[in-house]
Design a protein around this ligand. Structure first.
Ligand code: PAF
Length: 286
């Protein structure tokens, strides 16, 4: 595995793959690599001839400095994990590579998809995500790029960006990977102390409860289902709900009556750590 830190060093390596007509798969990450990242790397390795992983904790997608400072950083351990997973190129740029002093261009997607769900409590977050992903796409020039469905809104927004900007990159949204008790893998889980980690399972339990109410009991009133989820989570001490919403896909519009395909999405603070999760249900199919 080659570890590359600058765009200048990465370009000729990427060009070599392109000249030899090798397909390039790209997994952008902020590090603290875990099994969900590994599933993206595995998918890329299966579908592409070269897999590039980037690790860059993007400052402009954090709307809270404390959140940025406390984001887990394990760069040496990450390099070993990436090597063991068979990654071909690990790109680890510094801030000066991604945001040189005179840089003043941002990518922004207007409209409801960025203003809904996490867009409400994290203003500017998706502008930061889309800007860095667009830059990384221009640097790596992948054929396919892999994102996890735990961050479904992010995946939808990036797919829209690629479509709106006529980019040829195939965005591959991969299933959420969960720990044994159902908690979705996230780099932020590292910030949970033992007691919080135990409590965090309530997020998945609330999603499973919603699934049962909708699919088995045929409950179609979205307010009723989210109300029950609120109640379940609020009973767990040390939790604070940011939002629980049932929305349409891919427009992310609030749904009153549950039918066809919906996403149940939530953001919950467990102590100081904000975790997100979702499930997608296809009511028409069962
Ligand atoms: O999902 C993430 O880890 C980040 O938002 C991403 C896509 C790497 C952009 O910084």
């Amino acid at each position: 595995m080659q570890i590359i830190k600058t765009i200048k060093d990465l370009r000729p390596v990427i060009n070599k793959y392109r000249i030899n007509k090798k397909s390039i798969g790209f997994v952008p990450t902020m590090g603290a690599l875990h099994p969900a990242h590994l599933s993206l790397i595995k998918a890329s390795k299966k579908e592409c001839e070269c897999t590039v992983v980037s690790i860059y904790v993007n400052p402009i997608q954090f709307n809270d400095k404390e959140d940025f400072d406390s984001y887990p950083r394990n760069f040496n351990a990450d390099a070993q994990i990436a090597r063991d997973a068979g990654v071909d190129i690990l790109f680890m740029p510094g801030d000066e590579e991604i945001y040189p002093k005179d840089s003043s261009t941002f990518v922004e997607i207007s409209g409801h998809v960025t203003n809904a769900l996490c867009g409400i409590s994290r203003p500017g977050h998706f502008r930061g995500v889309v800007t860095v992903v667009c830059k990384l796409f221009n640097i790596v020039q992948p054929d396919k790029a892999y994102f996890g469905m735990k961050d479904a809104q992010q995946g939808i927004i990036i797919s829209k960006m690629v479509n709106d900007l006529n980019s040829p990159i195939d965005i591959r949204l991969m299933p959420t990977v969960r720990e044994e008790d159902g908690l979705a893998y996230s780099s932020r889980n590292e910030n949970l102390i033992d007691e919080e980690r135990k409590k965090a399972v309530i997020i998945y339990q609330a999603l499973c409860h919603a699934k049962k109410r909708i699919m088995d009991d045929k409950e179609s009133d979205a307010m009723k289902v989210t109300g029950e989820m609120y109640e379940m989570i609020s009973k767990t001490e040390g939790t604070e709900i940011d939002y629980i919403s049932i929305v349409s896909l891919p427009k992310l519009e609030d749904v009153k009556k549950i039918k066809d395909q919906v996403m149940i999405a939530m953001a919950v603070f467990i102590g100081e750590t904000r975790l997100i999760d979702n499930i997608i249900l296809n009511v028409a199919k069962k």
